[in-house]
Write a protein that binds this ligand. Structure first.
Ligand SMILES: Nc1nc2c(c(=O)[nH]1)N[C@H]1C(S)=C(S)[C@@H](COP(=O)(O)O)O[C@H]1N2
Ligand SMILES: [Mo]
Length: 512
């Protein structure tokens, strides 16, 4: 190894120690001192809207993991590149670590409710990082005096010490992350939560919602299979004890509800299909669940909404906001402050202890998880998280449909086969689904699909289509839905930005 590459390795080891020490110390100060989450959240917040959208489209639910790997890779490259030039006269590596430390402190301090104590782990971590780097380049661990810049490194000891620090950094980092997870987790609080008795139960799901011949997808999405989309780099751990909901703004009287206060409201169970605005045509950012909770209408009535208010800006404990039309929150669709999902307390990922569920609206304008604040306001006064980034202020869900069987590129044997999928137009309901199968000559006619029973206008509708595979070769199946207003799903292709994707879903398959 050359002296320069040895120094580069030292830079990575020093950065690892800086990150590890910061992570470990943050365990003792609290989650708000976690510089890793603070920096990651700052990166997410500063990333331009279209890039975020691209990340969700490309990496889907792995987006946060990809971000973490990317940040680590950038840190390693910068640490190596700058440390390679670390010397007494030009301490470039040390400067880089200190600069990163300052940025980390700024990210921590930028978070709501942060105090000076919260930056102590980052400051100590940065100082340790610099100390390690200075030690490694000092020449103390080389047998020879100071190696010349490009000369061979004659010391084995230096590599071993460098590896040791690298290991120490990894250990304290991973240890710190695991410990902070254990100490802040609300899983115990969640397990101890017995859902309130339901006053208004959702109608039972008849077996006929599942159309003949296909099992995909299941009408109710299990909690484990339910898509998850949010900006939360570490899932907020909010206990029922620490939860409260403030309702304020254009109201007659501001109120703050503790979790126990919810007892005085009627408990409603409702089946609602949630959809993400980022769901591409044919995508799976959609799921259907039975939600248990309280009518938002009842909560708002206690505060008394002013007549000229038209938006409720809901905010989560971690600062995400959604702007929902007042109408959608108070009309008969029964928008919920949900505390249960499919008969269980809300999973932490899905908003424990409480979130909003508003039928008919994309999640980004309605479905705030870990919700703690409702500000009654106006669309011309307030702007929510995604609207500020270029998405539409209003987000009614568009009429869409998806093919689940066959999968793209699938081989279909000759003979009888049943295709199937889902269609949705929440708050309007699906009336019809049509399927077109192009023969190898590119011709085909729209034909009515068989429909599963309609459960409600706020849930998706399953369809199936029996077909005889006779002609060998490539085929394409296309689907389109008609909602209860008579509107046929548009063929016009639109991207998810600014208010949801449109177009027909097609799947290519081959008859063997
Ligand atoms: N606190 C918080 N709530 C949020 C979001 C978020 O980023 N933060 N994302 C919203 C979006 S864009 C969608 S589509 C739904 C997804 O809910 P789910 O993860 O339970 O499926 O949550 C909404 N609620
Ligand atoms: Mo979303």
């Amino acid at each position: 190894m050359t002296a320069r590459s040895t120094k580069a390795m030292g830079g990575i080891a020093a950065a690892a120690v800086a990150l590890g020490v910061t992570q470990l110390l943050a365990v003792f100060v609290g989650p708000q001192a976690d510089a890793r989450t603070a920096v990651g959240s700052a990166v997410i917040d500063l990333t331009p809207g279209p890039v975020k959208e691209w990340a969700i489209q490309t990496f889907g639910m792995a987006d946060k993991l990809v971000l973490a790997m990317l940040v680590l890779a950038v840190i390693a490259v910068v640490a190596a590149a700058t440390a390679a030039f670390e010397s007494k006269r030009v301490p470039l590596g040390s400067i880089a670590i200190l600069t990163a430390g300052v940025a980390g402190c700024a990210a921590v301090l930028s978070r709501a409710g942060a105090t000076l104590l919260d930056i102590v782990p980052t400051v100590v971590g940065a100082v340790c990082g610099v100390a390690v780097l200075r030690l490694l380049v000092s020449g103390r661990f080389t047998d020879a005096p100071q190696p010349t810049d490009d000369g061979p490194d004659r010391g084995r000891r230096l590599s071993l010490v460098t590896l040791g620090f690298l290991g120490a950094g990894a250990l304290t980092g991973v240890g710190g992350a695991v410990l902070s997870r254990l100490t802040s987790s609300v899983s115990g609080d969640r397990n101890a939560f017995a859902l309130p008795a339901i006053d208004v139960t959702a109608p039972p799901v008849p077996a006929t919602v599942q159309p003949k011949g296909v099992a995909l997808p299941s009408f109710v999405t299990s909690n484990a299979d339910f898509y998850r989309i949010d900006t939360a780099l570490s899932v907020p751990q909010l206990s029922r004890e620490n939860w409260q909901l403030r309702i304020h703004g254009m109201v007659d009287r501001e109120i703050t509800l503790r979790f126990g206060d919810l007892k005085r409201f009627e408990v409603v169970e409702k089946m609602v299909t949630l959809t993400c605005v980022s769901n591409p045509v044919g995508g799976d950012l959609i799921g259907n669940a039975a939600w248990t909770g309280y009518r938002v209408r009842d909560l708002l009535a206690e505060a008394g909404i002013h007549r000229d208010a038209d938006m409720v800006l809901s905010m989560s404990i971690d600062g995400f906001t959604a702007g929902t039309p007042v109408d959608a929150l108070v009309d008969q669709r029964d928008a919920l402050l949900a505390v249960g999902m499919n008969g269980e307390p809300l999973p932490t990922d899905h908003g424990y202890p409480a979130r909003l569920v508003v039928p008919g609206l994309y999640g980004y304008v309605s479905a705030t998880k870990w919700v703690v604040d409702l500000e009654v306001t106006r669309f011309d006064r307030a702007e929510a998280y995604w609207t500020r980034l270029g998405w539409s202020a209003r987000g009614p869900i568009k009429t869409e449909s998806r093919i689940d069987v066959p999968r793209s590129g699938q081989d279909v044997p000759r003979g009888p086969v049943t295709f199937g999928g889902v269609a949705w137009a929440q708050n309007r309901g699906v009336r019809d689904v049509e399927v077109r199968i192009d023969r190898p000559d590119g011709q085909g006619d729209w034909q009515r699909a068989d429909l599963g029973a309609a459960y409600s206008n706020d849930t998706w509708r399953l369809w199936s289509f029996p077909w005889q595979a006779t002609e060998s070769g490539p085929h394409t199946i296309t689907v389109r839905a008609t909602d209860n207003t008579g509107a046929v799903q548009t063929a016009e292709v639109a991207a998810p930005v600014p208010d949801g994707a449109t177009g027909w879903h097609s799947v290519d398959f081959t008859v063997a």
